[in-house]
Ligand binder design. Structure first.
Ligand SMILES: C[S@@+](CC[C@H](N)C(=O)[O-])C[C@H]1O[C@@H](n2cnc3c(N)ncnc32)[C@H](O)[C@@H]1O
Length: 469
């Protein structure tokens, strides 16, 4: 792992977090605050892949966290980000690594975009082409048998894995070959002329693929799709290719079945992320652990509000409320009565906050920042933060510094060392340094590490200027 030491109180390592125990001393770290990949293939990113499935992903994170446990002081806390959908994987990995899961802090936000299927629309869009598809696959299967070929031999010619089975089945998933495959397929099957009935069926099925079925077009046109129009504008403003013709709205169901399921969907609006609070086993009692290692406890008084402790005196004359396992961004806070927002509110990362220190780096559009050429639900995901709009800091999942400060403060003793195993563009580092902690960050991608270095150096420089007028 390559060490990029920053001048003051911070070190960044380029490399794999799984090797953290090779570069840091055992029992040397006071807290871990980290935002790891969620295993959902976020925006097609390789670093967020599920590594082949649930067991593999949990095994991978448990491996990293086992190494991290080794460098953490006894009783040291870890706060590990997780998406509600896969947070049980993250919690399992933490337990498998030897941590004790203590709580889950739920951060609520208002920017999420529901990725739900409209069930009534899906019903009216259905195409019932099964009989036609089966006629084509039956014909291909017969031709295959006449030619004395196996599905494996057909697959081998196309470099495919199992597709010939779909092209020749009468079973669950019959599939008509893509038009590009037909010339080679016919040559392979020794067929000079396809019967007219099969040829026209195959042509129709290929051209109708992905198009809504006839019931959809029985729905009256009720206007233009405003979401599509807004999406089109958004894409144009953010460097994506945009389709200038918004689609027609057809909101009124055409069939009884669709009427019955009108108003049903498949997903909720995402409005929460989890921070799993885990602790390395204590050496003895809490009191002994705290006295000997400085770790093992939570900084309750330092976290009674999300502002700094000095400004946290409230009108009741006390220190404010006991910190809870719920935090809110401004959109979520706006939905709640004032007292709740006063205690729990935390600002979203603004464009200025994300870009500070990165102005010398080229600005990327939303499309470039997300590595996508088209609009996609991923870009509207809360995971993208507001960063899908692009900027100098092109990391797609930048965290709010206010939130990261509160989290660091909750689990780190004064002057302690915070470790982020998945540093990204360095938000945890900026937060840790702002509260007087030391910071060690690990990041695998050089271009993200460069962002982290630029942002952290800028924050340190700012702090220096504030101290030296
Ligand atoms: C969710 S992002 C963290 C973003 C960060 N919170 C921020 O505010 O910029 C996770 C990061 O982990 C990095 N990563 C993935 N696998 C890694 C590994 N094995 N070791 C180190 N970093 C890794 C990715 O490149 C990505 O930047």
């Amino acid at each position: 792992m390559k060490n990029e030491l920053l001048a003051e109180r911070a070190a960044l390592f380029l490399g794999d977090a799984a090797h953290v125990a090779q570069v840091l001393a055992p029992d040397s770290i006071d807290s871990i605050v980290t935002d790891p990949p969620a295993g959902i293939g976020f925006m097609g990113r390789e670093w967020d892949s599920d590594r082949g499935g649930r067991e593999q992903w949990i095994g991978w994170l448990a491996g990293v966290m086992r190494e991290a446990l080794y460098v953490l002081k006894p009783g040291g806390h870890a706060l590990v980000w997780a998406l509600p959908r896969t947070s049980h994987w993250t919690a399992t990995a933490l337990e498998d690594a030897g941590f004790e899961v203590r709580d889950i802090i739920m951060h609520l936000f208002g920017t999420g975009f529901p990725k739900s299927l409209d069930v009534a629309q899906a019903i009216d869009k259905q195409r019932d082409d099964r009989q036609a598809i089966l006629a084509v696959t039956r014909w291909i299967a017969e031709a295959r048998d006449r030619a004395g070929l196996t599905n494996a031999q057909i697959d081998a010619v196309f470099g495919l894995n199992g597709m010939a089975g779909h092209w020749t089945t009468q079973g669950a998933q019959p599939y008509v070959p893509h038009e590009d495959y037909w010339p080679t397929l016919l040559e392979l099957l020794g067929v000079n002329e396809v019967p007219e009935e099969i040829r026209s069926l195959a042509e129709r099925l290929i051209s109708d693929k992905g198009k809504p079925g006839p019931d959809w077009f029985r729905r009256p046109v009720t206007g233009t799709h405003t979401a599509a129009a807004a999406g089109t504008r958004w894409r144009a403003n953010n460097g994506f290719k945009s389709n200038p013709t918004p689609s027609s709205r057809r909101d009124v169901p055409a069939t009884d079945a669709a009427r019955k399921w009108q108003g049903w969907g498949t997903a909720l609006k995402p409005a929460a992320e989890h921070w799993i609070l885990a602790r390395k086993p204590l050496a003895g009692t809490v009191a002994k652990n705290v006295l000997h290692h400085g770790t093992g406890a939570l900084n309750i008084d330092g976290c009674r509000t999300l502002e700094r402790p000095s400004s946290s005196r409230t009108t009741d004359g006390g220190l404010g409320r006991w910190p809870s396992n719920v935090t809110l961004d401004e959109d979520a806070a706006a939905l709640l009565p004032g007292s709740a927002s006063r205690v729990c509110y935390v600002a979203k990362p603004s464009r200025a906050e994300r870009d500070a220190g990165c102005q010398h780096l080229p600005r990327r559009t939303g499309a470039e920042a997300c590595g996508r050429t088209e609009d996609s639900a991923g870009l509207k995901s809360p995971r993208a933060g507001a960063n899908s709009g692009g900027g100098h800091n092109f990391h797609p999942t930048v965290k709010s510094i206010a939130l990261m400060r509160w989290l660091c403060r909750l689990v780190t003793p004064p002057g302690g060392v915070v470790l982020d195993l998945f540093a990204g563009s360095g938000s945890t580092g900026i937060a840790a340094l702002a509260d007087g902690f030391e910071f060690i960050g690990i990041e695998r991608e050089p271009e993200y590490l460069a962002l982290a270095r630029a942002r952290i150096e800028h924050a340190l420089e700012q702090a220096r200027r504030e101290v030296t007028p």
